[in-house]
Design a protein around this ligand. Structure first.
Ligand code: NDP
Length: 330
């Protein structure tokens, strides 16, 4: 038996105009899989990289890495989910821009009753990313209360979760953002200092804020525009986690630069290594759910679009018009 589903696909890489609404038939889950009926789907900047071909996914391509809904059917060998469960996920392969899908169960987690479908859809990829960045991607000796970190794009989806999470950890987070309004929002949500990196020299400001010392860690998702300057914001032995490319891919690095700038560390992490097993995924999700249900992290959904309006959602995200999280309603 099959079930109909509206879904978004691309046949070729390119701009938002490549996103097309199609009608598909979804079957029964196989071993290790579930079928989920989405209530909402999360929009992420990685969806833009996949649409433009930056990550080279095979075509035709169903987009979307995040969603929340109700489990409709469970395949053989899946024991952590049952039909009727409320659930949410961040997962590979892409394909969450749809009403229902069959997908691997290992990345899907039961959603606590206190968290809405919209919040679940908005927060899994961005919240699990913040979890592994702030808790698991730390400089030598770890991060302690009072330490300075620099977090770029602090008013975005990942960024506003990070502002709150860093504050809960007692960190002094310097957040960058592309307008004064975005900077004010990041401060409201927990950044101790902000820098409008379109109008100010963020290296000089970081040096001034930290009394010339620099920060222990930089979390950089902007990529090409910020990478080298991010290195200049670090203390000796500091860590740069470069985890995104919103402004373009980071050019190849002459590794000797890391010695010259003070025995620095650079890592290029991805969420999908961190959530490769069911056990890791659940442990990270439990931490995220605790941060949200305790009220320490609020999931701000600042934009909502219908599934069929996904092209406009992509245009707004790429034009830097959005703040916080964006969801598609299905
Ligand atoms: P955001 O909501 O943060 O949107 C991206 C933001 O990047 C924009 O709002 C903008 O903020 C900033 N930006 C800076 N330069 C540019 C540019 N040239 N074009 C467009 N935007 C620019 O997106 P997400 O929360 O979905 O993701 C944040 C980042 O984290 C992305 O780069 C994403 O790829 C990365 N990521 C990486 C993961 C990993 O595991 N490696 C997992 C999840 C996300 P402003 O105007 O304030 O500069």
């Amino acid at each position: 038996m099959t079930h109909s589903s509206r879904a978004i696909r691309i046949q070729a890489y390119g701009g938002p105009e490549q996103l097309e609404l199609v009608h598909t038939e979804v079957g029964e889950p196989g071993p290790g899989e579930i079928r989920i009926r989405h209530h909402a789907v999360g929009l992420n900047y990685i969806d833009v990289y996949q649409r433009t071909g930056l990550y080279g996914n095979p075509l035709p391509l169903a987009l979307g890495m995040e969603g929340a809904g109700v489990v409709e059917a469970v395949g053989e060998g899946v024991s952590h989910l049952q039909v009727g469960d409320r659930a949410a996920y961040a997962s590979q392969p892409p394909g969450s821009y749809c009403e229902r899908r069959v997908m691997p169960a290992k990345c899907v987690c039961k959603l606590p009753d206190a968290i809405s479908f919209d919040e679940g859809a908005a927060m899994m990829l961005k919240g699990l990313t913040t979890q592994y960045l702030l808790r698991q991607t730390q400089p030598q000796g770890g991060l302690k209360a009072g330490d300075f970190i620099l977090f770029h794009a602090a008013a975005g989806g990942v960024g506003l979760i990070a502002c709150q999470w860093a504050k809960a950890m007692g960190l002094q987070m310097i957040g960058t953002a592309g307008s004064d309004d975005k900077c004010a929002l990041a401060r409201e949500l927990g950044a101790s200092h902000t820098i409008n990196y379109r109008s100010e020299d963020f290296v000089a400001r970081v040096k001034a804020i930290t009394g010339g010392q620099g920060v222990k860690a930089v979390y950089d998702s902007v990529g090409a525009d910020t990478f080298m300057k991010s290195l200049d914001c670090l203390q000796p032995f500091g860590l740069l986690a470069t985890y995104g490319n919103a402004s373009g891919k980071v050019p190849p690095l002459d590794i000797g630069v890391l010695a010259a700038k003070g025995s620095l560390y650079v890592t290029r992490p991805t969420l999908f290594t961190h959530i490769a097993t069911r056990e890791r995924t659940q442990a990270m999700a439990d931490d995220l759910f605790a941060m949200v249900t305790s009220g320490q992290v609020k999931i701000r959904i600042d934009q909502r679009y219908k599934l069929e309006d996904v092209a406009q959602a992509h245009r707004d995200l790429e034009a830097r018009k959005t703040t916080g999280c964006t969801i598609l309603t299905v």
